[in-house]
Design a protein around this ligand. Structure first.
Ligand SMILES: Nc1ncnc2c1ncn2[C@@H]1O[C@H](COP(=O)(O)OP(=O)(O)OP(=O)(O)O)[C@@H](O)[C@H]1O
Length: 385
């Protein structure tokens, strides 16, 4: 006997009647991400085309990467260990030499540059590292002065510029301190001031907050954000911490085996990941994937005591929609939350909920049709026991 005889277990996409429509014009709530974004509207400051890199002949660590980075954006690069993130970022400032492809920075193909021309181009790209890479024999001021000295600035220019840079990162009072006398967060701020010394247009950050505690991470991210906004600096940031990407990146690219598998505005990638890898990666932030124990309780066919299970992505304004109350109001359904999370991505709310919808008197296809509303994406998962 089926416990839910009136629910349709047919293909839910063949939904018929729409019982209730919102007052505003409906737009397609498709899970596919929008094609147009800031990264495609502006002339990119970084344009990577067909970039490949191998350390060992025949083994591509980067495999035909094409990627555009919009000026003024903060672009996160995520992916498993060994996916090629550091190699990609190190190709951007030619710490690594690409095996094939082009990298244009501000319209100039840096893969063709050598010697003095390459050194000149590198000045427009600063870099911060996970372990700060400060010279222990130099004070904070001395570390910040180093790139200026190497670039041939006069002593008078350096005396003027270094205090400005230390003030920018909130360390004017630590000019004479040696690295050993600084906390991790302070060392990283010296690293950031040093990276900004030659007024780069791009800042590369390779796990810059990974060695810091959560509070210091937050302060460092706020500093990077301020610098991004105040100086219009483009930041390319590798992080294995999805919270960092959520809090700071306007765009994100997911790498797997040296290839781009997803790329777009952070909100869209987080709300509608297109690949299992990205879904897994984002699961600490967005509840796309169900815990194993729960997933195994959802079966394709109804069974006695089971209830249809759906996943709802509530994006933008829809995230504040009282969807459970509305399901009850319109269909008399007493939805049960099986799993879910609401978070804020780039200042915008995003909710992902898995609901069980026990009810005997309504057709599932009608409920799914009603759920097709702006900002709401619904996926029928099966029948939850
Ligand atoms: N200098 C090198 N010589 C040889 N192989 C290298 C070198 N640097 C990186 N690799 C290899 O290239 C692959 C990609 O490494 P990369 O450091 O770019 O990945 P990643 O995504 O940044 O990893 P992680 O998150 O662990 O830092 C790995 O298999 C790594 O072993």
């Amino acid at each position: 006997m089926s416990a839910l005889p009136h629910w349709s277990s047919d293909d839910p996409s063949s939904a018929a009647t729409v019982q209730f429509l919102p007052p505003e014009p409906t737009t397609d709530a498709s899970p596919r991400r929008p094609a147009s974004s800031a990264a495609t509207r502006h002339r990119p400051i970084i344009r990577i085309e067909g970039l490949s890199k191998s350390y060992v002949a025949g083994e591509n660590v980067l495999d035909g990467i094409s990627l555009h980075v919009a000026p003024g954006s903060i672009h996160g690069i995520i992916g498993r260990s060994g996916a090629g993130k550091s190699t990609l970022v190190r190709c951007l400032n030619r710490l690594e030499t690409p095996s094939a492809g082009q990298i244009e920075i501000d319209g100039q193909d840096i893969t063709r540059l050598h010697g003095a021309a390459l050194r000149q181009a590198r000045r427009s790209i600063g870099m911060v590292f996970q372990h700060f890479n400060l010279l222990s024999s130099r004070t904070a001021a001395g570390n910040v002065a180093l790139p200026l000295e190497l670039a041939g600035h006069s002593a008078a220019q350096i005396r003027q510029r270094v205090p400005e840079l230390l003030a920018l990162v909130g360390l004017a009072h630590k000019a004479d301190a040696y690295p050993v006398e600084l906390s991790g967060g302070q060392k990283q701020r010296v690293g950031i001031a040093r990276a900004l010394a030659l007024e780069p247009r791009i800042l590369l950050s390779d796990e810059a907050t990974s060695a810091l505690d959560p509070e210091t991470t937050e302060q460092t991210l706020q500093l990077l954000k301020r610098i991004n906004q105040r100086l219009g600096l483009t930041i390319v940031l590798i992080s294995h911490e999805m919270e960092v990407v959520r809090d700071i990146a306007s765009h994100v690219t997911v790498l797997e085996h040296g290839r781009v598998i997803e790329s777009g505005p952070t909100y869209d990638v987080f709300a509608f990941p297109q690949t299992p890898t990205a879904r897994r990666f984002l699961s600490s932030i967005v509840a796309h994937d169900l815990p194993e124990a729960l997933a195994s309780r959802i079966q394709p066919q109804p069974a006695p005591g089971s209830a249809p299970a759906i996943r709802l992505v509530l994006a933008h304004a829809a995230a504040s929609m009282p969807v459970i109350a509305l399901l009850h109001q319109h269909f008399g359904i007493q939805a049960r939350i099986l799993h879910g999370r609401v978070d804020t991505i780039g200042g915008q709310p995003l909710g992902v909920l898995t609901l069980a919808l026990p009810h005997a008197d309504v057709r599932l296809d009608e409920v799914l049709a009603w759920l097709r509303q702006p900002g709401l994406h619904t996926e029928f998962l099966g029948h939850a026991l």
